[in-house]
Design a protein around this ligand. Structure first.
Ligand code: NZQ
Ligand code: ZN
Length: 381
């Protein structure tokens, strides 16, 4: 295994009705002014907003609302949140939502305590934040695992760029499967596919033989598929939602990635597709993965064969990828870019731009060049 240091800073509160206990434990540790951050309104409709706001008020906190965080959060929204946090001298941020709300808040937290522009700081000066307003995350839509790490994915519209910005990790995360009850079925499945993707992308990177990370990644893939199938039979199956919520956190809390290299090339392509379109993250991945994996199959045939056997009970690498494609169809997830319902038309020219600007991972089974990425994207049209 490669050298690593590993810490696990987020405390997790899991289970139905756990928020009251979590906030009872955590709120006494933080200052008086709390930013309650959320998205486009689902938490108001579901009653989660009211429940959490009452808990904050009962704990004597002054609540500052930061609302309207959009899916695929923008850099402009980060700046809006940071300005509000500075103006109202926010002591603590409670992010309530899916990956988009949590990611936006991670960067708001870091941006609010520095005068430097955080994108310039990270991408021009190569410096990363060491301070931020403390935050907690209440997950209402699972899949990204954003509650368990400090990395955020932000869309910088003016730069036509979507990619990682390091922020502040949540000190604690509340995982209540019941909070996901109102998530639309397609988002539940695309979120779960994102979890599957995280485990596949980690597994496909270079690793030592017989390392535990591969074993755990395969277990998470298997468990994610099993529980997605349970949701296909009954979308309200709360036990399956809870299992997927923990799969999601496990896949992105860093434990799978220690001592090895990861791939994440499909993610790089999807993120940049997200810079040019408004495509949903999990659905974009569902389209890209089969085409990408078919292209690199011969470069990691042993790993794909093991994936075929252990995740889908098939004998060969090719059959495993057929099973993955069939599973995506079985879930009703998109299999072509045209099915992504993007407001921007996805043309070959747009795909050329995506291929020319996405990050290229050097540690995947084979380093791709931009023409190869363009070819893979064209296969998805
Ligand atoms: O905005 P609201 O009204 O809350 O609606 C949201 C949104 O429209 C809705 N939703 C959330 N909870 C709900 C609910 N609707 C009904 N009931 C509830 N309880 O779901 C929609 C999608 O939410 P979003 O947060 O965008 O989805 P997701 O969790 O998939 O997050 C996607 C973002 O996370 C990034 C993606 O790139 C994308 O920007 N990622 C973050 C990662 C990380 N930080 O580790 C890793 C991932 O690979 C990913 O890139
Ligand atoms: Zn993802």
């Amino acid at each position: 295994m490669k050298q690593f240091t590993f810490t696990y800073p987020a405390k997790v509160y899991f289970g139905e009705g756990i928020a009251a206990e979590a906030l009872k434990q955590e709120l006494p540790k933080v200052g008086k002014t709390v930013m309650l951050a959320y998205g486009g309104g689902s938490v108001k409709k579901s009653g989660v907003y009211e429940e959490l706001k009452n808990l904050l008020v009962q704990a004597g906190k002054e609540v500052v609302d930061f609302s309207g965080i959009m899916p695929n959060p923008t850099y402009a929204k980060v700046q809006e949140g940071a300005a509000l946090a500075k103006e109202r001298q926010v002591d603590f941020i409670l992010a309530v939502g899916g990956g988009s709300v949590i990611d936006c808040c991670k960067v708001v937290s870091a941006q609010a305590v520095t005068e430097e522009d955080i994108w310039d700081m990270e991408y021009r000066s190569g410096k990363f934040p060491s301070a931020g307003i403390p935050m907690g995350a209440v997950v209402t839509a699972s899949g990204t695992g954003a509650e368990m790490n400090a990395g955020a994915v932000i869309t910088y519209e003016e730069k036509l760029w979507k990619g990682p910005v390091v922020g502040t990790g949540a000190a604690f995360a509340v995982l209540d499967p019941a909070y996901t009850a109102t998530v639309p079925p397609m988002q539940v499945l695309s979120g779960a596919f994102d979890t599957l993707s995280h485990a596949m992308e980690t597994y496909l990177g270079n690793s030592d033989a017989d390392n535990v990370s591969d074993d755990v990644a395969l277990a998470i893939m298997r468990n994610t598929v099993v529980n997605m199938r349970r949701l296909l039979a009954d979308i309200h199956d709360m036990q399956a939602r809870g299992n997927l919520m923990w799969d999601s956190a496990m896949a992105e809390n860093g434990i799978l990635k220690v001592g090895r290299l990861t791939d994440f090339q499909a993610h790089q392509i999807e993120h940049q597709l997200g810079a040019y379109t408004d495509c949903n993250h999990g659905q974009g991945l569902a389209v890209i993965h089969p085409a990408y994996y078919r292209y690199i199959l011969k470069d990691a045939e042993d790993k794909f064969t093991r994936f075929a056997r252990e995740v889908f009970g098939r004998d060969t690498a090719e059959d495993g990828l057929n099973a993955l494609t069939d599973f995506i169809q079985e879930c009703g997830l998109p299999t072509k870019l045209s099915e992504l319902k993007s407001k921007t038309e996805i043309t070959p020219e747009l795909l050329r731009n995506v291929a020319d600007t996405c990050n290229i991972i050097k540690s995947n089974p084979r380093e791709l060049d931009r023409d190869e990425i363009y070819g893979i994207l064209c296969e998805c049209l």
